[in-house]
Design a binder for this molecule. Structure first.
Ligand SMILES: Nc1ncnc2c1ncn2[C@@H]1O[C@H](COP(=O)(O)OP(=O)(O)OP(=O)(O)O)[C@@H](O)[C@H]1O
Length: 233
């Protein structure tokens, strides 16, 4: 039977623990963290430096595996997937954004986004239109033939967002996406996130220290010493 429940979680972390190293050197970075992301939500994951935010984001993105517990993308347990299936999941279904933008410096904004679409396996006939659509969405179409060193930090991050959304993922995971930006540019980027959620129905989970972000998100999860201690609407 086809499910008619549209409110099934897109992503779920179930008692996720992560231990780095062994014996007396072991670091318990996560100790049973739990969170849920539903379709069309903008969610912040906050916490002090060292609380485990990046560790959890990497596990949610299937870049790393939990020591205990499980991560589900829809109904799929990432631990039950092959490495190849996890690669496919990251390339095709998820968009990743990093603090440092991670653009290829000798490719224009357009080429960076188009390159991302190639990696996602998008048909060559669709790539130009999808790349331009994404750049238009983030307000970078006018400047799409510029190289990253010719752009401001905000423009580079908006290009990185275009790259992360061009293949039309349902979920975007962003690690400290405004950390390198001044408050004005940070706000521009946040507005793009809000618009993506409202207009495209994408879900976004971002890690942050930035108090301004708390104002515009649907939920905040707070990590403290490897636990989710608070979830506020
Ligand atoms: N590869 C690793 N090996 C050993 N310990 C690690 C490793 N990566 C992270 N840690 C430790 O795990 C804990 C959580 O780190 P994590 O980077 O997830 O925190 P964070 O909340 O993202 O911090 P920040 O805000 O500073 O980026 C820290 O104590 C950190 O030192």
């Amino acid at each position: 039977m086809i499910s008619t429940n549209t409110n099934e979680p897109l992503l779920r972390a179930d008692k996720v623990s992560r231990i780095y190293g062994k014996g007396s050197q072991a670091v318990h970075a996560l100790k049973g963290a739990e969170l849920v992301v539903y379709p069309g939500q903008l969610i912040a994951l906050k916490g002090r430096s060292g609380s485990g935010k990046t560790t959890l984001l990497n596990i949610l993105a299937a870049l790393d595996q939990p020591s205990e517990g499980a991560v589900y993308h829809g109904t799929r347990d990432t631990a039950a997937m092959s490495e190849r299936q996890r690669n496919e999941l990251r390339r095709k279904e998820v968009g990743l954004i990093f603090q440092s933008f991670a653009l290829v410096p000798y490719m224009t904004a357009y080429e960076n986004v188009e390159f991302g679409l190639r990696i996602a396996g998008v048909d060559s006939k669709k790539r130009k239109a999808w790349a331009e659509q994404a750049l238009q969405f983030v307000g970078m179409k006018q400047r799409m033939h510029h190289l990253p060193p010719e752009m401001s930090g905000g423009e580079q991050q908006r290009t990185a967002i275009a790259r992360a959304i061009a293949h039309k993922p349902k979920l975007v995971l962003a690690d400290e996406p405004t950390a390198e930006l001044d408050s004005k540019m940070g706000l521009q980027v946040l507005k793009v996130f809000r618009d993506l959620v409202e207009q495209e129905g994408i879900s976004i989970l971002l890690t942050t220290h930035d108090p301004a972000i708390m104002e515009i998100v649907d939920h905040v999860y707070e990590l403290e010493d490897g636990f989710i201690v608070q979830k506020q609407a």
